[in-house]
Design a protein around this ligand. Structure first.
Ligand SMILES: Cc1cc2nc3c(=O)[nH]c(=O)nc-3n(C[C@H](O)[C@H](O)[C@H](O)COP(=O)(O)OP(=O)(O)OC[C@H]3O[C@@H](n4cnc5c(N)ncnc54)[C@H](O)[C@@H]3O)c2cc1C
Ligand code: SF4
Length: 502
């Protein structure tokens, strides 16, 4: 086994890990050795082909098909240089004050989250898209909402030179999306931080990491790792886990962490989401332009859902529709006429929903839809259908309804045919991309895993700085809040560097 010595090891290179790398990089000038260990590959610019299956295999954990334990939901996580920020859409919102206040983490103030989020908004060029980049799919959402008196809002997005190719979730082929792969990681590397890709950390054993570097197969995308394939032991004085809300809890559960952490893996939430489609009479531009420009959050507090515009690719769309054979094929043939909306349920922590590991130490996510989540999905579906009809759709496809096609002249069926109990596990395609919790922040090991600076209770050299820190769901798109929290953790590590690294 090859051995390496570093002062600081960061595990994962996504929203949390990329931020951590950039914010700790100034320490390199003082001779501090920092490494980022990333399980996934680093792709060359010319490898972003926009082809759905090929890019999903290259950039997502398990090709985008990671399922919860009962098979009822797919969890989407990016896996590569930049983590999920390679495949995110780049919508950039600051956490709502009410959520940070509800989290009630001692020492964590809303104004601080806001200030740190704004720093990354500026760094990532967050702005509202010009009108000409708003496609018809988005315009129809705005029109439908306006006719119903709903308050649709425009998403600020973090793009620079967007060409409107609509491929954000397959990795931007135009270098426009400002994820950590484009902004924070290159800056960290030029300041002296090393990034080792294809390097999976298997266990944390005290201040030693056990890791495995995989070779690049002939047909795989991406550069080979900087290290030869094989097993490694990496000594580090400080370890920062940024492997995401599924993989950080799983890594710590299979590690020898010298502390009792009864809350480890608990508090997992993910904003379960449904993709809904509606058919218009004429083609609409849906797969050209930025895919996600508007959202509606006015029903969060009353009904627990948020609606977002979206555009998915043929495979993802087809698996989101219910039915088989000719009716399914007919809907897919209508692809150029489809309007799409994503319904997100704002789930809350539930004792049954958590990250565990199997006998081989692999992550297992136990997740059951609570009655509140089913009600939110049903209410969000109804609101979406009304928006589709108000925007002029001829028929709406409702996967959870007894008869999934509802014609415009039968819209009263929305009130009778859509029972929350129809959201049975496995009966409707539900997916989630906002994975949160599992190492929640708090005051003591009885109520949480880390303190408000991401330090694992009872282990002074071990930190967490990713979405797993959230003590409960955020209710909005999370990446800016993750960066803000990672920034706060990095500042604490810099302040204590002398002591921690001695
Ligand atoms: C398709 C999609 C669209 C999204 N759109 C948006 C959006 O528009 N706006 C928004 O705010 N949020 C969005 N999100 C969510 C956002 O991208 C994530 O919440 C955020 O990136 C999570 O940050 P993280 O640091 O916790 O984990 P990640 O960014 O997922 O990074 C974790 C990294 O750790 C690596 N890793 C895991 N295990 C190990 C290990 N054992 N050893 C080494 N490396 C490991 C992974 O390969 C990965 O690269 C989206 C997510 C997806 C998947
Ligand atoms: S829509 Fe813009 S940000 Fe998204 S993939 Fe295309 S060019 Fe990149």
């Amino acid at each position: 086994m090859t051995e390496h010595d570093y002062d600081i090891a960061i595990i994962g290179s996504g929203a949390g890990g990329g931020t951590m790398a950039q914010e700790l990089a100034p320490l390199c000038k003082e001779g501090v050795r920092i490494v980022v260990l990333e399980k996934g590959p680093r792709l060359r610019d010319d490898e972003f082909s926009g082809r759905e299956i090929e890019m999903a295999q290259a950039l997502y954990e398990e090709g985008g098909g990671f399922l919860t334990a009962d098979g009822s939901m797919t969890l989407a996580m990016g896996c590569g240089y930049g983590g999920s920020t390679i495949v995110y859409t780049g919508t950039s919102l600051i956490a709502p004050r009410r959520v940070i206040e509800r989290w009630n983490v001692p020492g964590l103030d809303y104004r601080e989250i806001e200030r740190r989020s704004r720093k990354f908004m500026e760094e990532n060029n967050v702005h509202y898209l010009d009108d000409e980049l708003i496609n018809e799919n988005n315009r129809l959402f705005v029109q439908g909402c306006a006719r119903l008196g709903y308050r649709a809002q425009q998403f600020p997005v973090n793009v620079n030179g967007c060409q409107g190719s609509s491929l954000c979730n397959l990795g931007c082929p135009n270098r426009a999306k400002q994820g950590t792969d484009r902004v924070q990681l290159p800056r960290a590397e030029s300041a002296g931080v090393e990034v080792v890709t294809r390097c999976e950390v298997l266990r944390v054993e005290g201040r030693r990491l056990v890791a495995r570097v995989s070779g690049k197969t002939a047909d795989a995308k991406g550069e080979p790792s900087a290290w030869e394939p094989g097993d490694y032991r990496i000594r580090a004085k400080v370890v920062v886990c940024c492997a995401g809300a599924v993989n950080t809890p799983a890594l710590l559960l299979r590690s020898r962490v010298p502390a009792r952490l009864p809350r480890l893996g608990h508090g997992f939430t993910c904003h379960p989401a449904l993709i809904l489609v509606a058919e218009h009479e004429r083609p609409i531009t849906n797969f050209v332009g930025h895919p996600k420009s508007y959202y509606l959050d006015q029903f969060v507090e009353s009904d627990g859902f948020v609606l977002e515009t979206c555009m998915y690719f043929p495979f993802t769309t087809s698996k989101s529709l219910s039915g088989f054979g000719e009716p399914h094929a007919a809907l897919m043939r209508a692809f150029p006429r489809l309007q799409m909306i994503l319904v997100l349920a704002c789930d809350r922590i539930d004792p049954r929903n958590r990250v565990t590991i199997d006998r081989r130490g692999r992550p297992v996510v136990r997740y059951r839809f609570t009655p509140e989540v089913k009600r939110a999905l049903a209410a969000g579906t109804r609101a979406s259908a009304r928006i589709f009809f108000a925007a002029g759709a001829r028929r709406v496809h409702i996967p959870a309804a007894a008869n999934p096609t509802i014609e415009a002249n039968a819209s009263d069926r929305l009130d009778t045919d859509l029972d929350p109990d129809l959201f049975r596990p496995g009966s409707v395609t539900v997916s989630a991309a906002h994975l949160q919790g599992g190492c929640g922040m708090g005051l003591t090991a009885q109520d949480s895993v880390t303190d408000s600076y991401g330090r694992v209770h009872g282990v002074p050299w071990l930190f967490v700085a990713d979405a797993s820190l959230f003590p409960d769901a955020l209710e909005i798109n999370p990446y800016l809040t993750i960066m803000a929290l990672a920034d706060r953790v990095a500042q604490r590590i810099r302040q204590e560097a002398r002591e921690l690294l001695s």
